[in-house]
Write a protein that binds this ligand. Sequence first.
Ligand SMILES: C[S@@+](CC[C@H](N)C(=O)[O-])C[C@H]1O[C@@H](n2cnc3c(N)ncnc32)[C@H](O)[C@@H]1O
Length: 237
Amino acid sequence: MIRREEIIGDCRLILGDCLEVLPLLGGGMAVVSDPPYGIAFAHGGNDNSGIGGGRYATKFAKVAIEGDDRPFDPLPLTSVGSDCILWGANHFADRLPASSSWLIWDKRAASGHTNDFADCEMAWTNLQNVARVFRHHWDGMMKASERGVSRVHPTQKPIVLMEWCIGMVDQEATILDPYMGSGTTGVACAKLGRKFIGIEIDEDYFNIACERIRKAYAQPDMFIEPRAPEPKQEALL
Ligand SMILES: C[S@@+](CC[C@H](N)C(=O)[O-])C[C@H]1O[C@@H](n2cnc3c(N)ncnc32)[C@H](O)[C@@H]1O
């Protein structure tokens, strides 16, 4: 059921449960998403998160994510569009087909220095491509982009990461993020001039996503000051 809908530029934002909304949508879409991982994730809040508490605790400590308390089933997403990119898929890889085109986001500083946080995040894709690495430092307050802009979601992704993903899928497709969170994929679409459909079940995050996407249209450069270094990518053999 669609509880609310906002149209902002070329973005259609839907408040609701994506499992109920997906059958109502048309075709011509590519999925670029970061769904709940099914690991009862809470920053610094439990042993499953892979993230320490103590000096690494954040303002999101103990903030739970809707749907994260049960195993995630990716199959409804893999059949929605032609292309599909799913972040966090290392947590539910056993429920996905084999793929040669995984994406790795290396979050460490250029020094390769490691800490209690995960060194990288992984995305499953159905793209007919080689595996790729995206290097972009993102570690609490230490970020290669969006410096001085506070995070508003516990698993918020960098806008440049989602721009990188969008560059890999069908360039004619509408980008669909059924687990939109704070709307990072939509912000990336607004900046790239791509059509976007986002679905979010939590009204607070839905409102945040609307606000961020509105701002992205009004001030296209606001999230990239000071300008981030060009991300580097390289092929894995
Ligand atoms: C991992 S977070 C996405 C964060 C996002 N990448 C960002 O940068 O903000 C997953 C989001 O999916 C939402 N969610 C969980 N179950 C959902 C469902 N059935 N339908 C729509 N949204 C859902 C959660 O509320 C959460 O905000």
